[in-house]
Design a binder for this molecule. Structure first.
Ligand SMILES: [Zn+2]
Ligand SMILES: [Zn+2]
Length: 386
């Protein structure tokens, strides 16, 4: 049996480590304490450690046997720029920084897997442990790739997990093809002649144009895309005006668009630009549009997804094929563009009132630590079977 459960005393130590990381969250590219702890843990296991890969990223190389096969296992280390609203004894010590996405748990589980694999070494090849910075909107995965991650440390296949509150503890889900969405953000700055609110015929009404644009943007998915296409476009911010009797000269609209298919992504952007241009032409306004395609879709390789599910079954996890992808996004997408692999959801749900990811009362569920450790280790042993 591969990936047997790690000893209970090992789990207690890992829970203590997870809670220490939780109490000391660090934001994107500032994971100095966290990456130092990771480097220390790996070095103590006799693992070859490389620091400062893509900023605060850490890579560890663990070799056994003589094969030149290599598997990459990745965890993210960063926290969110938001405040925690729990009264846990290990709650964040800092306001405006919070492990609200469970990356403290991901880092802990990959350290646990390093401990287990370093102790057992039941594989033939090299395990590449990848601890990345800045997953939350800052593309730390891309920073590591741009810093030579795959040229320097090469991987045949690469894997990552994310804790998933919507799935129960003991369940792991993944799928072939897209599992997380491509994420775009847009910012539309409108400008025209402002003026007196009592004399609108002498001014340009940017707020009226902004309102029409918001309505039209909400018809892109329902009226401009094939009904079978999968996409979301949400306007999340509208700003403009300072007084009841002034027609402002500027207004801003912001939001996000999510998709899986590059052709659909193109339609979202070109249609948004056309809607804004048409509205500006009608009202003699000008617009400055920033459309940022910040994360691609996360796409699993079919063979890697099967291996990820099989590794789950190896360690007694209920491993299931997910019906549909999530519209959330994930910068592991960049790594999967560079190297085949798979991303999985590890269930951590405790019931119907489980706070979702990014909620101020969210907390990583320590019950899943042994499962994540066992899954990472079983996967390494399966991919690098002696
Ligand atoms: Zn997150
Ligand atoms: Zn996350």
């Amino acid at each position: 049996m591969l990936g047997e459960p790690i000893p209970i005393e090992g789990v207690d130590e890992l829970i203590a480590l997870r809670r220490d990381l939780h109490a000391h969250p660090e934001l994107a590219f500032a994971e100095h304490r966290t990456s130092a702890i990771v480097a220390c843990e790996l070095a103590a296991l006799g693992i070859e450690v490389h620091r400062h890969v893509g900023g605060t990223g850490v890579v560890g190389l663990l070799r056994a046997g003589s094969s030149d096969r290599r598997i990459g296992l990745r965890a993210d280390m960063d926290a969110l720029p938001m405040s925690e609203a729990t009264d846990l004894p290990y709650a964040s010590r800092y306001s405006g920084m919070f492990h609200g996405c469970g990356h403290d748990g991901h880092t802990t589980m990959l350290i646990g897997a390093a401990r287990l694999l370093a102790a057992t070494r039941r594989f033939d090849g090299t395990v590449v442990f990848i601890f990345q910075p800045a997953e939350e909107g800052r593309a730390g995965a891309k920073a590591m790739i741009d810093d030579g991650l795959f040229e320097r440390f090469g991987c045949d296949r690469i894997f990552a997990l994310h804790n998933w509150p919507q799935l129960p503890v003991g369940t792991l889900g993944t799928r072939t093809g897209p599992i997380m969405a491509a994420a775009d953000r847009f910012e539309i700055a409108l400008s025209g002649r402002g003026g007196h609110a009592a004399l609108p015929h002498l001014a340009d009404d940017v707020l009226l144009a902004a309102s029409r644009i918001v309505l039209s943007l909400n018809t892109i998915v329902s009226r401009r895309l094939d009904a079978a296409a999968q996409a979301v476009l949400s306007v999340t911010r509208v700003e403009g005006g300072t007084s009841h009797n002034v027609l402002p000269a500027t207004a801003r609209i912001g939001g996000t668009a999510r998709s899986f298919d590059p052709a659909v992504r193109d339609v979202l952007e070109t249609t948004l630009r056309a809607i804004v241009a048409a509205q500006c032409a009608e009202g003699s306004l000008s617009a400055d549009i920033t459309y940022d395609r910040y994360y691609p879709a996360t796409r699993n390789d079919a063979g890697a997804a099967r291996a990820a599910l099989a590794a789950g079954r190896d360690c007694g996890i209920n491993a299931i094929e997910a019906d549909s992808p999530s519209f959330a996004s994930e910068d592991f997408a960049f790594m999967l563009e560079a190297c085949p692999g798979a991303y999985v959801w590890l269930g951590q749900g405790r019931g119907a009132d489980e706070p979702p990811l990014h909620h101020p009362r969210y907390d990583f569920n320590d019950d899943v630590i042994p499962l994540g450790v066992a899954w990472f280790a079983a996967l390494a042993e399966r991919e690098l079977a002696a």
